[in-house]
Design a protein around this ligand. Structure first.
Ligand SMILES: N=C(N)NCCCC(=O)O
Ligand SMILES: [Zn+2]
Ligand SMILES: [Zn+2]
Length: 319
């Protein structure tokens, strides 16, 4: 593996962190590098929410909270920005008044970047954006195993008759044949549902569930074992709704539910995904207006750092 041939972050010992470019982790912009292995893409769209709005400001908030990230990841024992080119592709200009047009715009932007061979690490935005992202990945890889970390199932049918919302992306994705129904799983589900049928529908749509009420018995390692057993080596997409964290660890979100994961549990789970065949990831539902002291933004930035590290090529892994 050739080292030092990739352009990394601005050096924080030379240029202070609180100044300089507002890219993720102070990495170069996509147009400043020849090609990227991973493109960080912002999708400032929140017209699909059923409750508190504000996730349209998520990408900027996570980038701001990512300034303190350092270059060596000790737990995964990797320098994620030195063994692959990671670059910031900026934000998709999506129409806040027309969900279908916004979905097309996200689709176009994601297809263009994915067409260059870069994996996408996308920041939402509300969870609606997972649908166009999965459509593009399906074109590239066929059926995708989805590891969905969220308090919510997001396999509901419609809200106010609207089929494309932040509570419905995985039902639409399943109906469209985008996801591998034998390899997909939710982690962190909790809170009241509309009816018991929500769970039976969800199973038919192709998901297993690890609920938060199981987490104390299972532990993060047990959860990881179940995810790995479900997913195997299938092309896998990680969709991380920040509300999988307890509101104590992620207050800045639109539909908070009590009794969630700690950020330590989440980061440990994500680190273990280095053994999966990751083809892309998103982190959604960061709504900075409800955040305090960047708590939620920092959790999201660290989660992205672990996911980008987990996507990195490893010595002897043949990639
Ligand atoms: N995807 C997120 N964050 N929330 C979905 C909640 C949908 C509801 O209001 O029931
Ligand atoms: Zn959620
Ligand atoms: Zn969600």
């Amino acid at each position: 593996m050739t080292r030092h041939s990739f352009r990394g972050p601005v050096d924080a010992t030379v240029t202070p962190r609180y100044g300089g470019p507002a890219t993720f982790a102070r990495l170069p912009r996509l147009d400043e590098v020849e090609r990227a292995d991973i493109a960080v893409l912002g999708v400032p769209f929140d017209s699909g929410v059923s409750y508190r709005p504000g996730a349209r400001f998520g990408p900027g908030h996570v980038r701001a909270a990512s300034k303190l990230l350092r270059t060596y990841n000790p737990v995964q024992d990797i320098e994620p920005f030195a063994v692959q080119q990671v670059a910031d592709a900026g934000d998709v200009a999506c129409n806040p008044f027309d969900i279908l047009e916004a979905v097309r715009q996200i689709d176009d932007a994601a297809r263009e970047i994915a067409g260059t061979g870069a994996k996408l690490m996308t920041f939402g935005g509300d969870h609606t954006i997972a649908l166009p992202l999965l459509r593009v990945l399906h074109e590239q890889h066929g059926e995708i195993a989805v590891v969905h970390l969220d308090a919510h199932l997001d396999t509901w049918d419609t809200y106010f008759g609207a089929p494309i919302t932040h509570g419905t992306p995985f039902r639409r994705a399943s109906e469209e044949g985008l996801i591998d129904k034998t390899g997909s799983i939710h982690v962190g589900i909790r809170g009241p549902l509309y009816s018991p049928q929500d769970l039976s529908d969800d199973q038919v749509l192709g998901f297993q569930v690890i609920g938060c009420h199981d987490m104390d018995d299972l532990g993060w390692k047990g959860a990881v074992e179940r995810v790995k057993a479900r997913v195997g080596d299938r092309p896998t997409y990680v969709s991380l709704d920040i509300d999988v964290l307890d509101p104590a660890f992620a207050p800045g979100t639109g539909t908070p539910e009590a009794g969630g994961l700690t950020s330590r549990e989440l980061l440990n789970i994500l680190r273990a995904f280095k053994d999966l065949n990751l083809v892309g990831a998103d982190i959604v539902e960061v709504a900075p207006a409800y955040d305090h002291a960047e708590v939620t933004g920092i959790a999201a930035a660290h989660a992205a750092y672990e996911l980008i590290s987990a996507m990195a090529p490893r010595e002897g892994a043949g990639s």
